[in-house]
Design a protein around this ligand. Structure first.
Ligand code: NDP
Length: 486
């Protein structure tokens, strides 16, 4: 191949810009792995985080315990669902040392343990990571930018959906992935759970005390759930399993689910079943879209790791838990991954000269999470109070329906309070605990949690509803659209 003189110079300049180049003006150090970290150059950088953990499920929390215990300043970005999927399970009976323990309790205890060692928690998510500079430039959903010397990705996975007719139309009106949140709305009713794994069994166990009947629809002739999990179903007289059955359509009356169209996968015969709820438990996909191709993923989107380590394709960036594990996906394997990731991260930093004295010298350049003003969103306990607020309002009124037993509702409360504070001049935001005030929930036909209702100022007429959890940024955008039209 012939390269002329000018293109040769261009090629040289291009490779230099991706090489050991220090960009003082932007206070970002451009590097190419393996990094030759010039510690003295860190003096030009602010908002440094020595170990940034993205995600706060079991992998992230355990990584935080080990990282902070090594006396390395550690920040945990809690993400859209603080605590992760474990907060939606009820009892775990294969957790070391416990006969049984609530998933949410495991999260709570481990979070406190990490905080005791000094890990800082920030209620925000990552929008993007620039890996062409070191420290890695991390832009958060809130717009805050910080510079991470190392990163541990523990963003877990999100439930799959079926993508069949009616699923979206009736989302939050009977179709859901959270049995623990919505089981009480199906008291004495017939429901189906779709899937044959541990999550399907878990959902059936959560629904059985409320529903009249729970039918688990399994597409093959056997469940893949652990034998011990399946054993728990046997004593439950209102739980049945229908094998070789798939859902083709969810149907309803416009307001809520009334039936599902099913197909026998052997005979191809179709038939309908009257139900009020459709609970999806058909597996999960890894949460890696925010990486925008910066890190090598496999063809299903899981982060690729080097051999038995937690190293990703980029030096200084590690991963742990479900985001990089399509085989085991257990909370107990996730914490092991988290431990390994933290130990490898500490070694990475040490190998690159980040030691106690350096960290002390960087003290003033470390990122310090901004403390939010405490803002109490009014909790409404009577219909009269709610209606008087709506009638007197001069801005749109947003009502957050939640319950303490709904993990995603509880995780969202800080975001609701932050947005209520930020938008107090444009919107009135209140909350209703439906477990304390079921009459308000019934009046507004709340059948899924969390649900947001929107009212025009001065009018008791509902103008919109949203049946799902939202991040702080999504909630802000959702509310903004109504405040502009008033
Ligand atoms: P799994 O991937 O284990 O199971 C998914 C299930 O959904 C499978 O039975 C699969 O069927 C079925 N499925 C997938 N797509 C469809 C579809 N389009 N229509 C109908 N059925 C479908 O996911 P889980 O969420 O159950 O579990 C994930 C991991 O989390 C597992 O490792 C599990 O052990 C763990 N877990 C542990 C729990 C506990 O110990 N308490 C609780 C919950 C989860 P098929 O089998 O035919 O592929």
């Amino acid at each position: 191949m012939k390269i002329n003189f000018l293109s040769g110079i261009a090629l040289f300049l291009l490779s230099a810009s991706f090489g050991w180049y220090v960009c003082h003006a932007s206070k970002e150090i451009r590097v190419q792995a393996p990094y030759s970290i010039k510690i003295d150059k860190l003096e030009t950088v602010t908002d440094i985080v020595p170990i940034l953990i993205i995600g706060s499920g079991p992998a992230g929390l355990m990584a935080a315990v080990y990282a902070a215990r090594a006396h390395i300043p550690t920040v945990v970005l809690e993400g859209d669902k603080p605590g992760g999927a474990l907060t939606q399970t009820s009892y775990i009976e294969n957790w070391p040392g416990y006969e049984r323990i609530l998933g949410s309790e495991v999260i709570d205890l481990t979070r406190k343990q990490a905080q005791r060692f000094g890990a800082l928690f920030v209620n925000d998510s990552v929008a993007k990571i620039d890996t062409s500079v070191w420290p890695f430039k991390v832009t958060m959903e809130s717009g805050t930018i910080l510079y991470a010397l190392s990163i541990i990705i523990t963003t877990g996975s999100s439930p799959h959906i079926l993508q069949i007719p009616g699923e979206q139309e009736y989302w939050g009106k009977g179709v859901t992935t959270c049995a623990i949140c919505d089981a009480p709305f199906h008291k004495d009713k017939d429901v189906v759970v779709i899937g044959g794994g541990d999550s399907a069994v878990e959902e059936a166990l959560q629904l059985a005390p409320y529903a009249k009947t729970v039918t688990i629809l399994v597409r093959k002739d056997a469940m893949r759930a652990a034998a011990a999990m399946q054993e728990h179903l046997k004593p439950l007289s209102n739980v049945a399993i229908m094998y070789n059955t798939e859902v083709r359509e969810v149907r309803g009356d416009g307001n809520e689910v009334t039936e599902v169209l099913l197909e026998n996968t052997n005979t191809k015969e179709t038939f309908t079943k009257m139900v009020s709820g459709v609970f999806l438990a058909i597996g999960h996909k890894p949460n890696t879209s925010f990486l925008h191709g910066n890190i090598a993923l496999d063809n299903e989107g899981y982060i690729k790791l080097h051999s038995r380590s937690q190293e990703t394709s980029l030096r200084g960036i590690f991963a742990a838990g479900d985001v990089a594990d399509k085989q085991y996906k257990q909370a107990s394997t996730a914490i092991g991954d988290g431990v390994k990731a933290a130990l490898e991260t500490v070694s990475f930093l040490q190998e690159h000269g980040i030691n106690g004295p350096i960290l002390t010298s960087l003290q003033k350049r470390l990122y310090v999470p901004r403390k939010r003003a405490k803002f109490d969103v009014e909790k409404i306990t009577s219909l009269e109070r709610l209606e008087s607020i709506i009638k007197a309002a001069t801005n749109p009124v947003f009502v957050d329906f939640y319950a303490p037993y709904c993990p995603s509702c509880m995780m969202m409360l800080p975001a609701v309070s932050a947005v209520a504070y930020d938008m107090q001049d444009k919107a009135t935001i209140v909350k209703v605990d439906v477990s304390e005030s079921p009459d308000i929930g019934q009046k507004y036909h709340i059948g899924s949690l969390p649900t947001f209702l929107v009212f025009k100022p001065g009018s008791l007429q509902e103008i919109a509803r949203y049946n799902d959890a939202m991040t702080q940024k999504e909630l802000h955008a959702y509310i903004e659209q109504f405040t502009q039209n008033v």
